[in-house]
Design a protein around this ligand. Structure first.
Ligand code: PRX
Length: 649
């Protein structure tokens, strides 16, 4: 070994054999470069079935709200289910479901179509009409995908709420979207035990609510209370008239709302529509993951409660007619080899996961995956946060036999589908970098004034031109949409991420430049957690920062000041420790366990500028164990010394 190891291994060009069979070829770049709109029109027409062809590719006259494939009509659910049966692939497995306790289902495209038609009937019977909102709060079971497609089939708008969110979080999301129906389950299996969901729904729909009906999937069989609005899913499907007909909807018909954290305390309802979204989800899943529907077995480990689950479990792969694995549980239940066991058993060939999960598996040790036959793997993917080159190399060497290409895919809830990624049959891979926009997308790194930065420099990541799967807004709040994404740079979408362009022109995403944290690939808002903390009786003020964490990327660290009247009660170490645990639990209850701070530090003061703004940068230094940086702009420069002295006590 050389004394100074090369900091960035690679680049790794694709093998000739891989390129020869790849779905995404270099010609894509030429086509998109020659005529971007014609390129997208071709993707839309070739990848989807339209009941009425569109007459205009893009209407940008109401910018920044785009209309794609104007005049076109389609049914999204038909595109993801029925048409594959009509094409003779009804017996192909759409979903290999693996439950955490070990129960399995192989759902063919014919089964899927039938179950979606029945579920759509149950929704209709519950009074759901096109345009109505349906909240989905389910574990990772097939009914999650079936419910989403059932909504799409009748033109209802789904709002999936991650099952790990609290009753409070569910209530606000239901209220913001004025959902008429909630689809939930008694519970799901998590870490070897049933974990209840229904009680949270009961709490979320109690009192005044827009919800008229709650459909309950029986998964764990645990006792639940069934009230007036509640109906068992199976019974509702049994009683319903299946929706066999395929209704056509406008290309811009709303498809879903998905809430994500922003820089303020209120989550944003990101709103997506039909034709453009499905086009880009299907296209990127085909060319980036290199999906060959007749031979591959694809597995994306995300939860359907996040955008990755929407685009790369439900919509992209099913539109492409792919076979995929869906797994309910955690990677270490009942043992740390569970994922690899599933890959070996189902012969998974394409595996898409998050850097946090890869780093966790690295910690558990490579002996664990080495016990399993992973020779079916031929493409690996990463999403949600920057992947460090060490994790990249481990993934490729240990899971990909040193050969499988890794696609590091950068995108967001707002972008709807992958925006930057290498193409596995074309790009020479650079570990740690998402490298370049996919053909059809124009991403750039710009300086404060919006000018492209030269190679070797850093700046802000922007998208220059509208793209088919772009958000159409924030539900019910056009102004917030314009302010959040389009005001920083005129005529450019600002993603909120910082990025660097290296000497070879590759783009490296550096992470958020706003008050949004990324914990285990999940987006969390500092101010949302701060609001949760100050809603506790003892807390006067709170400041939250994302501190670097080896496994989760960032971890939530909170600094709190207690109310005057509480200070005395918590002066002793033991009482204070108890309070810290209580505050962590409180945040978990208010938002969900993922938002629980790793650390809560009780301090006497917070570092503020003269205008009263909390200097999170300094708190981040403390949370990451560094000497605090320049504190001269603080109203009281001695505050940092006090905090540090207090913490050392
Ligand atoms: O900061 C970027 C990071 O995740 C943010 C988007 O989060 P969310 O909307 O929850 O969607 C996550 C799944 C698409 C981005 O603003 N991010 C996502 N993918 C990457 C990434 N950062 C670096 N590299 C990536 N591949």
């Amino acid at each position: 070994m050389s004394e100074t190891p090369d900091p960035t291994p690679g680049p790794f060009p694709p093998s000739e054999a891989f390129t020869a069979q790849a779905v995404g070829q270099a010609s894509l770049c030429e086509d998109a470069g020659a005529d971007r709109l014609a390129f997208w029109a071709k993707q839309a027409r070739e990848r989807l079935t339209w009941s009425k062809d569109f007459d205009e590719v893009l209407d940008w006259s109401d910018a920044p709200v785009a209309k794609w494939f104007v005049g076109g009509e389609l049914n999204v659910a038909y595109n993801c289910a029925d048409r594959h049966v009509e094409a003779g692939n009804g017996e192909r497995v759409a979903i290999h479901f693996v439950g955490e306790p070990g129960d399995e289902q192989a759902i063919t495209y014919a089964d899927l179509t039938e179950r979606v038609q029945r579920a759509a009937g149950a929704l209709r019977a519950a009074g759901v009409e096109a345009g109505d909102r349906v909240a989905i709060y389910l574990p990772m079971i097939p009914e999650a995908v079936i419910s989403m497609l059932a909504c799409a089939r009748i033109g209802a708008v789904h709002s999936v709420v991650f099952g790990g969110f609290s009753a409070d979080a569910l209530r606000t999301r239901i209220a913001d979207g004025e959902a008429k129906v909630v689809i939930t389950a008694d519970g799901g299996y998590r870490r070897g035990k049933p974990s209840a969901l229904k009680p949270d729904v009961d709490e979320a729909v109690s009192g005044e609510t827009s919800v008229q009906r709650v459909l309950v999937v029986k998964r764990t069989g645990e006792d639940v209370t069934m009230g007036d609005k509640d109906m068992w899913w199976d019974e509702a499907l049994e009683a319903a008239e299946p929706v066999v007909e395929v209704e056509s909807f406008d290309a811009e018909h709303p498809l879903f709302i998905l809430y994500t954290s922003g820089t303020t305390g209120k989550p944003k309802g990101i709103f997506h529509t039909s034709g453009g979204y499905l086009t880009q989800a299907a296209y990127t899943n085909a060319v980036v993951h290199d999906v060959h529907p007749d031979t591959d077995v694809y597995w994306c480990t995300a939860d359907v409660g996040w955008i990755t689950g929407h685009s790369y479990i439900t919509y992209g792969p099913l539109a492409n007619g792919a076979t995929q694995v869906m797994y309910e549980g955690t990677p270490d239940t009942p043992h740390q080899g569970r994922w690899w066991e599933i890959i070996a058993d189902k012969k998974v060939s394409i595996f898409y996961t998050a850097p946090t999960a890869i780093r966790t598996c690295m910690k558990w040790g490579e002996e664990i995956p080495q016990e399993y036959d992973l020779s079916s793997i031929r493409v690996l993917g990463s999403v949600g946060e920057p992947i460090n080159p060490e994790a990249w190399m481990w993934f490729r060497d240990v899971i990909g036999a040193g050969e499988a290409p890794i696609v590091d895919t950068w995108w967001q809830t707002e972008t709807g589908a992958i925006m930057m990624s290498p193409l596995p049959g074309v790009t020479a891979l650079v570990p740690g970098s998402a490298q370049a926009p996919v053909p059809g997308i124009t991403a750039d790194v710009v300086d404060e004034e919006g000018r492209s930065v030269p190679n070797g420099e850093s700046g802000y990541l922007v998208i220059r031109d509208p793209w088919p799967s772009m958000l159409r807004g924030i539900w019910g709040d056009r102004q917030r949409y314009e302010d959040t994404y389009w005001s920083r740079f005129p005529d450019m979408y600002f993603a909120g991420d910082g990025a660097k362009r290296d000497e070879d022109g590759n783009i490296w995403v550096l992470g958020r430049v706003d008050d949004v944290m990324n914990v285990s690939g999940h987006r969390l808002s500092t101010s949302e957690i701060e609001s949760a903390l100050v809603s506790h009786d003892t807390v006067a003020e709170a400041a939250v920062v994302g501190a670097a964490d080896e496994t989760t990327g960032q971890a939530v660290c909170a600094f709190v000041i207690l109310r005057e009247e509480s200070r005395e009660n918590y002066a002793e170490d033991a009482a204070r420790e108890e309070l810290v645990q209580e505050l962590r639990t409180h945040v978990g209850r208010q938002i969900g366990p993922i938002a629980k701070p790793r650390q809560v530090l009780v301090v006497d003061e917070l570092p503020k500028t003269r205008s009263g703004k909390i200097m999170r940068r300094l708190l981040k230094d403390v949370a990451e164990g560094r000497e605090a940086g320049d504190a001269t702009t603080l109203a009281d420069p001695s505050v940092m010394a006090q905090i540090q002295a207090g913490l050392k006590k």
